[in-house]
Design a protein around this ligand. Sequence first.
Ligand code: C2E
Ligand code: SIN
Ligand code: SIN
Ligand code: FE
Ligand code: FE
Length: 378
Amino acid sequence: MHELYDLEVKFKEELAPEQLLDIIFHYVSLIASEKDLDRLLLIMADLGRDLILADRCTLWLFDKVNHQLWTKVAHGVPPLRIPADTGFAGYALLNNETILVEDAYTDKRFNPAVDLKTGYHTKSVLVIPIQDQNGEIMGTYQAINKLTEEGIFTLKDMHLLTLAASYSGKALESAILNEEIEQTQKEIIFTMGEIGESRSKETGNHVKRVAEYSKVLALKYGLSPSESELIKMASPMHDIGKVSIPDEVLKKPGKLTDEEFEIIKAHSQTGFDLLKNSNRQILQSAAIIAHQHHEKWNGKGYPQGLKGEEIHIYGRITAIADVFDALASDRCYKKAWELDRVINLFKEERGIQFDPKIVEVFLDSLDEILALKEKYVD
Ligand code: C2E
Ligand code: SIN
Ligand code: SIN
Ligand code: FE
Ligand code: FE
């Protein structure tokens, strides 16, 4: 901003109608194909900025539960939050009012806190409330500092940003809904996994640790971030099939008889049968993991006796995460092993019980895995 006022003064000219159309077409196609809420917020902020020649533009969303406005300022940065009853953005939200001011510092609704923190100088401001389909206010569009020589926002700007706001409202609402559905799915899946574990009396964080380890192994093995995240979400369900095993078997303090072990082995198939009919990607992945996490690289695992790369990569990864956690923790039938002993087992079983490549990845990632073990200690 200092450049703008003190140094090289470079004002912009108001846009011609065909330039406006260009901008609108450009952003409409971007917005229509974007389902991710965070990215949508950034795209819409850019749309507002370009449309009315603002120096900055922010799309604030209302978080009713915490009575805050929040937004994304950049990708990979945590959301920025402000109280819902401060500043112009808050005023526009709570009063469902458009705000157009020429000099923020002469207006008592202005909250200079952000300026003070950033060294930025706010002058002209335009804020438009955004409504959802039911006419409820869901956020505000806020533009700061008009880049023309006059330096103030016009009624035409107000009109344009209002149009953008009404268009944005719909896209935002469906992205928010999407995100809620996904979040709910994740919670349900995680809870189901916990139920499976609690039946077998394993301590609370086993499911969480297996999920975290599996993600680290997946990433280091070279799977994409989104696929690694998928494994993290699905792996907590690996033992869901244990829900149907009787307590006297599952919680037996000592060694199992062959007959009892056969009963336990059924949990892989039971878990698969519980999950296999869903079309959701997470549950499909969970079905594969439940089915295959006790298969062995040499073909001597269960239930199918799959061998090598016949075993799905999700199953091969979760197998290592699961056994590492089982060995490194107390169980009703055994005490936790010393780390050296655990590592030796993986070295010995490399290429026998486990995929040798993933054992390498595991050994290379030990620091990270042990940090996660600390973090989610029981
Ligand atoms: P879990 O206790 O969570 O163990 C998961 C897997 O970790 C086991 O799959 C096995 O591959 C590995 N593992 C666990 N403890 C040991 C161990 O002391 N030595 C070695 N070499 N590997 C170990 P697995 O064998 O298919 O067992 C599946 C589940 O069956 C176990 O889950 C546990 O719930 C139950 N189970 C297995 N053996 C016994 C037992 O002797 N007593 C009881 N009460 N349950 C057992
Ligand atoms: C305000 O709306 O005045 C506070 C938020 C900001 O300045 O960015
Ligand atoms: C567990 O991981 O807690 C149970 C072992 C298994 O059957 O997968
Ligand atoms: Fe299992
Ligand atoms: Fe497990």
